[in-house]
Design a protein around this ligand. Structure first.
Ligand code: CAA
Length: 240
């Protein structure tokens, strides 16, 4: 029977490419989105992938949404915690709200997404958790104290979950994308973006499909011995 995959933030950007790649691999895919109804319904129309609206920063909403997905699509075997936001500002200008919004969505959002599916994965003896971190969680980034903290936090989450899940057939891994051609990166001022591209030895931004390929690999049944690892896909911009 086909496995079921949940992709948070799965109707746009990197998440949309992940949803499509997993569908192409034969998974039943459910994609969540936070607010953009129009983009989500267009995505469903184009791909046939079901979308569900909830705020990953809210535990109760996440748990209720996940219960609905499991009822309508099936027990979740693969979770891709991808939903994320930026609220960039130099630290001296960063507001407590900019800090809190990013922590709540990007970091607590991972807890809220994985925690409700974890008991079912333990019971069934199979699970794949893939968290979308970032190059900026590995190296830090000017104007991203909040975002870099969450993306570094993701790496602590997967390394800990890996140890807890390994005996139960569950793996937890991260993908650290570099700068990818999505709306998030396009929102960076053009001059800054050009200077970033200048720091990428590949000489270009990455494509969302190049991240989706990493996720599909980590999600597969035969990736069971890869656990607590990080795949960096950044065009040689940074090595850990
Ligand atoms: N390194 C060093 N200095 C930088 C810098 C950088 N990366 N980016 C901006 N600065 C400097 C500017 O040159 C400018 O310096 P001067 O004042 O000496 O001219 C100063 O910072 C800008 O200061 P401001 O007070 O005017 O800044 P601002 O309040 O207008 O904020 C900004 C501007 C938010 C920092 C904007 O430049 C920006 O968005 N920078 C990009 C940050 C970034 O790379 N974010 C990543 C987004 S993509 C992503 O997050 C996806 C992923 O996972 C990779």
């Amino acid at each position: 029977m086909a496995r079921t995959a949940l992709v948070t933030g799965g109707s746009r950007g990197i998440g949309a490419a992940i949803s499509k790649a997993l569908k192409a691999e034969g998974y039943n895919v459910a994609a969540t989105y936070a607010g953009n109804d129009e983009a989500a319904s267009k995505f469903t129309k184009e791909t046939g992938i079901k979308t569900y609206k909830w705020n990953v920063a809210d535990y109760d909403e996440s748990a209720a949404g996940i219960a609905k997905v499991e009822e309508e699509v099936g027990p979740i075997d693969v979770v891709v915690a991808n939903a994320g936001i930026t609220r960039d500002a130099p630290f001296h200008k960063m507001t407590p709200d900019q800090w809190k919004d990013v922590i709540d969505t990007n970091l607590t959002g991972v807890f809220n997404t994985v925690h409700p599916v974890w008991p079912g994965m333990r019971e069934r003896g199979f699970g794949r958790i893939v968290v979308i971190s970032s190059i900026n969680g590995q190296k830090g980034q000017f104007a991203q104290v909040n975002y870099a903290a969450t993306k570094a936090g993701d790496l602590g989450i997967i390394k800990s979950l890996a140890q807890e899940g390994a005996g139960k057939g569950i793996t937890a891994n991260a993908v650290c994308p570099g700068y990818i051609a999505t709306e998030m990166v396009m929102a960076v001022p053009e001059k800054v973006r050009e200077s970033i591209i200048g720091q990428i030895p590949a000489g270009r931004l990455g494509e969302p499909e190049e991240i989706a390929r990493c996720v599909a690999f980590l999600a597969s049944d035969d990736s069971g011995f890869i656990n607590g690892s990080t795949i960096s896909a950044n065009g040689a911009q940074f090595f850990v």
